[in-house]
Write a protein that binds this ligand. Structure first.
Ligand SMILES: [Zn+2]
Length: 465
């Protein structure tokens, strides 16, 4: 590492004792996250993402060290069992892990553990110890390891994967890190009201799932599990009062929703569950919800609406069911029927992303674009990183004829996806079109500066790799 002309990029390990600042860590995390946003692996379903965010925030709120730090939880569409924490507070969970968990507390134990890796800056500390690594090579490394983990075939093909395999050890957590993350994770579990025994329970779930396969769950590659670790988790749990945590209805429904996506082309599974329905054997909420979701996938909206309406009436106020029901109505062309109920619930919980998305989508199909835009804009701060939200807002603005605003929102959306060049073009278009509005001008100028700065960083990174 010789050139010293980088302005935006931090150099890591340049001088003894230099540390990666939280801002630099954030920059690394942001760049990787843009790559993830662009990939097909990121699950964009608002039901699943909303749920995992809320569960994650519950744990973050129970950890004083996490105060003032940014966290973003997301789900990777992948059947394998894995979870990882990136620099900058980005925490990814594979959908397979959600499915493999046997209770909400088990799932929460994984999130808590990952949050602890972030608050203790385990990855960041290890990265800064790699003296010869520059930031661009760290980015390349993390990205290639991620790709190799997410997509083994693509990963194995290239040279990148060979490098990744050799350097995987950098992102693997050490036993000391694991111990610390386990300890802090259990404290968070307890403070957030979950069952502290779930941490050890989940380790056993993991062991069982690897017993009959040659390949252990991926999470065990980056988070080594030893007999000691399980025993320690059991012992530690004894120190806390026993809590019987009841799984939330949302946890159950999210698992069914994920399963319905995995079964999307499975005709046999569909016939099987349909037969059960016809012979009145679908008893549990999760089975009925799974069937309704599969019906939607098969364009059988009427019956899906019927089942979801019953489920909603049994669980009034459940936003997840309401969102699913609205989806079915929208697909059926009867979305407007949902408006009174949605508006009533939205008045009660005005910050529900799911309700905002459902309601504005129905406004849009009813030709009420301005109303949709107004509703969406009320929650722009909360949804800056939500691609589904930005996409819908851009459509509302286009339909409402608010072209400069549409350019600006599209630019934000593209930035999230890492298409910086096209994002920049959109901000420039927005800037020209808002020449009358000084507030908009200032705001868009700032966005332009931001995208330019990120582009410079990317160019630097590419040149150095
Ligand atoms: Zn770990």
């Amino acid at each position: 590492m010789s050139s010293a002309n980088t302005i935006d990029l931090p150099k890591i390990g340049e001088t003894a004792g230099s540390t990666l600042s939280i801002a630099q860590e954030q920059q690394i995390g942001d760049q990787i996250m843009r790559q993830i946003h662009r990939s097909e692996f990121l699950m964009k379903d608002p039901i699943v993402t909303d749920y995992i965010q809320h569960l994650g925030y519950k744990l973050v709120a129970a950890n004083p060290d996490a105060l003032g730090r940014q966290f973003q939880f997301f789900v990777i569409h992948e059947n394998s069992i894995n979870a990882f924490a990136l620099p900058g507070g980005y925490i990814g969970i594979h959908s397979g892990l959600i499915n493999a968990s046997r209770s909400e507390s088990e799932l929460a134990s994984v999130l808590g553990h990952e949050v602890a890796h972030v608050t203790q800056r385990h990855l960041a500390r290890r990265l800064e110890r790699q003296n010869e690594l520059s930031l661009p090579s760290i980015l390349g490394l993390l990205a290639s390891v991620l790709v190799a983990t997410q997509d083994p075939e693509a990963g194995m093909a290239g040279v990148a994967a060979t490098q990744a395999a050799g350097q995987q050890s950098i992102i693997n957590h050490t036993r000391d890190n694991e111990r610390e993350a386990d300890r802090i994770g259990i404290t968070m579990l307890s403070a957030a009201g979950f069952d502290v025994r779930a941490a050890a329970d989940f380790f056993e779930t993991l062991q069982q799932s690897s017993r009959y396969t040659f390949k252990p769950p991926e999470i065990l590659l980056t988070h080594p599990l030893s007999r000691n670790r399980i025993a320690a988790a059991r012992e530690r749990a004894e120190l806390y009062p026993k809590v019987e945590h009841q799984d939330s209805l949302d946890y159950t429904l999210v698992k069914s929703r994920i399963r319905s996506k995995a079964l999307i082309n499975d005709r046999e599974a569909f016939r099987d569950i349909e037969q059960k329905y016809q012979s009145n054997q679908l008893k549990t909420v999760e089975q009925r919800y799974l069937f309704a979701e599969l019906l939607k996938n098969n364009a059988r909206y009427r019956l899906a609406i019927d089942i979801l309406s019953k489920l909603y009436n049994e669980n009034p106020g459940n936003q997840l069911l309401l969102f699913s029901l609205s989806e079915a109505h929208l697909a059926n062309g009867s979305g407007q029927q949902m408006l009174p109920l949605l508006e009533e619930q939205l008045a009660k919980t005005p910050d529900s992303t799911k309700l905002i998305l459902s309601t504005s989508e129905i406004y849009l199909t009813a030709g009420k674009a301005e109303k949709a835009e107004k509703l969406l804009l009320r929650y722009s701060d909360l949804n800056q990183n939500n691609p589904a939200y930005l996409k819908l807002l851009a459509k509302a603005q286009a339909d409402a004829g608010h072209t400069p605003e549409m350019y600006e929102t599209t630019g934000q959306y593209l930035m999230l996806l890492g298409d910086l060049r096209t994002a920049k073009k959109h901000f420039e278009l927005a800037l020209h079109a808002t020449s009358e509005d000084p507030y908009a001008q200032t705001r868009i100028q700032a966005r332009l500066e931001d995208v330019k700065q990120k582009m410079r960083a990317m160019i630097e990174a590419a040149a150095k790799r």
